[in-house]
Design a protein around this ligand. Structure first.
Ligand code: SF4
Length: 338
């Protein structure tokens, strides 16, 4: 019999299933859920439940975290950037990265798929192809391992690890509900970010979820169709005009600011004309914040890492076009986490 995985459910969902499946002991569902999510333990006995009720709980529900394979850390000015690798039930592995944000705050960058079918030319994961989607519990497990096994004080969660989050919308949306569940993890929507390569259908679906305070960012990386189709194959199906329309329609709240991630690739997307094209693309999108990310060459580099002077010059061009820009300091180069 397939058991219901507790950490893939919200508090209310678990209570509903327990009521339907358990003849006794279901009244403890909400406390059991909080124990799993907040303490990383599943011990129905600890609530004084009798033997039969505990056996029933264990026969219908499970809580098991994936095996922690490796943890690598790279010390930086505002804390360590750490990457963990987890082995899933079927032996496949995924990565999550803990990024220091300063003042003792950390963001966990979670994976939503094993591999990815989007094939972005600058990305290591893209070379694997898509092996499978992660389930909601496998996404949540990354946070629970980070908090309960490694003691990382995670405050924010960003879907920017392996995979395209909106290509796995059903499980990612359920994971968002679990993360945001006020009765347990209670991570505010403002502290959750979906990052997408520009999955227009997924953006429309996300809009229907009613998550008004959620953050959304896109990986733009080129604002002309020829170049973007070359380095990001999704652009051959969803060109910049269609992506722009989907983003114009996505207005979850009046003060919403779209994150626009731009990975600076020297010799590829770093001319003044590229900066002007970014500004042109962003013009009808309302408030945006451009995150400029210096390229971090992987094992099969597309180009070299940009010099600081090249990064500064591109930022200056974007600002001259009136765009607010933040340089994302490349953290964790050594652990290949940037
Ligand atoms: S969508 Fe993300 S994970 Fe997938 S290939 Fe592109 S950059 Fe890599």
């Amino acid at each position: 019999m397939t058991k219901h995985v507790i950490h893939g459910l919200t508090n209310t969902q678990l209570a509903g299933r327990a009521r339907a499946l358990l003849p006794r002991g279901h009244g403890f569902a909400r406390r059991i859920h909080r124990q799993v999510m907040l303490d990383g333990r599943f011990e129905p006995e600890s609530f004084g439940l009798g033997q039969q009720a505990c056996t029933a709980w264990r026969s219908q529900f499970s809580f098991e975290l994936p095996e922690l394979v490796t943890v690598q850390s790279d010390e930086g000015d505002c804390g360590a950037t750490s990457k963990m690798v987890l082995r899933l039930r079927d032996g496949l592995e995924v990565e999550s990265v803990c990024i220091p944000m300063g003042r003792g705050r950390y963001t966990l960058c979670v994976s939503s798929q094993v591999g990815c079918k989007m094939g972005c030319a600058f990305c290591e994961t893209g070379r694997m192809g898509l092996l499978r989607h992660l389930t909601a519990d496998e996404i949540i497990a990354q946070l629970l391992v980070a908090r309960h096994r490694l003691g990382w004080p995670i405050r924010n969660v960003v879907f920017m690890g392996m995979g395209e989050a909106l290509d796995n919308a059903r499980h990612v949306f359920q994971a968002l509900r679990v993360l945001n569940d006020e009765a347990s993890l209670a991570i505010a929507q403002e502290r959750l970010t979906i990052c997408t390569v520009g999955h227009a259908a997924g953006i429309r679906l996300l809009d229907q979820q009613g998550l008004k305070r959620l953050n959304l960012s896109i990986s733009l990386n080129a604002a002309n169709d020829v170049l973007r189709s070359e380095i990001m194959p999704i652009n051959r199906r969803t060109d910049l005009a269609e992506l722009q329309q989907a983003l114009i329609a996505y207005r979850p709240r009046p003060n919403f600011a779209l994150g626009v991630n731009y990975c600076l690739l020297p010799g590829i997307n770093d001319t003044r004309a590229d900066a002007e094209a970014v500004a042109e693309f962003c013009k009808p999108l309302g408030r945006v914040l451009v995150n400029l990310i210096p390229y971090n060459p992987g094992s099969v580099p597309l180009t070299r890492a940009p010099e600081e002077v090249e990064v500064e010059r591109f930022i200056a061009w974007l600002r001259a076009e009136g765009l607010p820009v933040r340089e994302r300091v490349t953290k964790g180069r050594k652990v290949m986490a940037a």
